[in-house]
Ligand binder design. Structure first.
Ligand SMILES: [Mg+2]
Length: 444
């Protein structure tokens, strides 16, 4: 049954709705709509000037409408008179094909038509910095091996507890919080869910974490590598595929069944699970254009050893069992962890590209290739034949542009718009003048 947002507001005392959509860069844009006007907006959507949506429209395009998906409505726990609701982008009565949430919805439907329902959990790491972003917020957080630091996590207890309490209130099933491997870095985990629900939660988590941090006088950042020499912000995704969506799901189709898969299973992945993984491996270089979408992303992957001794980020396209030095880890039967994405990834495009690559793998019965059971940080140089991940954003965009299968699966309109805006971003980066150039070239 469709939730009536006017009734939702009345029941919960909501005065304003924030109708939000995510642009091609992963930024969230919104209109604040008073409850008195929400009934019309629920029908028609909130209007935005096309060009300013960063969905690759010109100033001549008509209004873009974000039509709220009432199932996604969340009352802000830190400001209960406001509710956030994800919007689906529509122009002149048609879904905007390149809008990230629409790309994901289309791929979810395609997978469902083949009996596959992708569920994911994500680990959105973040740093707490000073308000101007120039330094770590906690001056005592200086240990060279700060992962799981008990003292340091307690010095930020007020922020972590507030966010975790809100997730408990929202019913997300949060189950652990820790200080991560970089000074000033934290991770909070909640239960996995259907891909669209996880994408909405991922978006809201970023909004909530930034908002709560600001309230406490800090700045939360998901930037892939905000501090040189320290471990970066990953956004690992744990992926499984089920027989049905939501609470109807009973069977994990990634998990082996002894009768059918005993001859082929590897580490508890079914035949379909292996092919899905095969699709991820096959498209990995192109995938990086979405999972690692910024100039800064490539300071996290392919990085030199960090102060703690490990980057926790991959540099090659390899997979293995329960070993965190590879791009893909199969920690147990019936699921795998993609460790490629970083904190800048667009929450909707991350899920979309996982499904697009995985589906193509299942359809083509892709083979994930050889499994490497070794420490990639120490022995990576001994591995022959495993492709290296792109070294920079331009290489990743070129790899995406070359991967016709993935481009098509993500949608032509999306792929064209994305490549266009991201190439403009790359051009802006290379045309800026850096201090490194001057320091290294002045006296040549
Ligand atoms: Mg982590």
């Amino acid at each position: 049954m469709t939730i009536d947002l006017t009734a939702f507001a009345k029941e919960k005392g909501v005065k304003y709705f924030m109708i939000s959509f995510t642009d091609l860069f992963g930024g969230q844009r919104a209109k604040l709509v008073p409850t008195q006007a929400i009934a019309d907006m629920q029908e028609e959507g909130a209007g935005f000037a096309g060009f300013a949506t960063w969905l690759d429209f010109t100033p001549a395009h008509p209004d873009m409408l974000a039509v709220p998906d009432p199932n996604s409505a969340i009352q802000l726990p830190w400001k209960p008179e406001v509710a956030w609701v994800a919007g689906n982008c529509v122009m002149e009565g048609e879904d905007v094909a390149q809008a990230p949430r629409n790309v994901l919805r289309r791929l979810i439907d395609e997978a469902a038509a083949e009996g596959m329902h992708v569920k994911t959990g994500i680990e959105a790491e973040f740093f707490l910095l000073s308000p101007d972003g120039s330094q770590i917020s906690d001056e005592y957080d200086t240990a060279s091996k700060p992962c799981y630091d008990q003292q340091a996590v307690m010095r930020r207890y007020d922020v972590i507890k507030e966010i975790c309490d809100y997730m408990l209130e929202l019913g997300w099933g949060p189950y652990q919080n820790d200080h991560e491997d970089a000074n000033g870095q934290f991770e909070m985990n909640w239960e996995f869910d259907d891909a669209l629900a996880t994408a909405d939660k991922h978006s809201f988590f970023k909004f909530m974490t930034k908002s709560v941090a600001e309230k406490h006088g800090f700045r939360a950042t998901f930037m892939p590598k905000p501090v040189e020499g320290l471990t970066g912000n990953g956004c690992h995704a744990h992926i499984s595929v089920w027989d049905a969506p939501g609470s109807e799901s009973k069977i994990n189709v990634f998990a082996t069944t002894p009768s059918t898969d005993s001859q082929t299973s590897e580490l508890g992945l079914s035949e379909n699970g292996r092919h899905f993984l095969g699709g991820i491996m096959k498209h990995a270089s192109a995938l990086a254009a979405i999972t690692n979408p910024t100039v800064n992303s490539f300071k996290r992957i392919n990085a030199p050893r960090t102060m703690s001794g490990a980057t926790w980020a991959p540099n090659s396209v390899t997979w293995t069992g329960n070993n965190r030095t590879h791009m893909v880890r199969v920690p147990g039967p019936g699921r795998f962890e993609l460790r490629l994405a970083d904190g800048a990834t667009n929450p909707y495009l991350l899920q979309a590209v996982i499904i697009a690559a995985g589906l193509s793998g299942v359809r083509s019965k892709a083979d994930p290739g050889k499994r490497y059971d070794l420490d990639m940080y120490a022995q990576g140089h001994t591995v022959r034949g495993a492709p290296k991940l792109p070294l920079n954003m331009l290489d990743a965009l070129r790899a995406y542009d070359k991967d016709k299968g993935l481009k098509e699966a993500m949608g032509k309109q999306f792929s064209d718009a994305y490549l266009k805006l991201k190439m403009e971003e790359w051009d802006s980066f290379v045309s800026h003048f850096s201090s490194w150039e001057k320091e290294n070239t002045l006296d040549i």
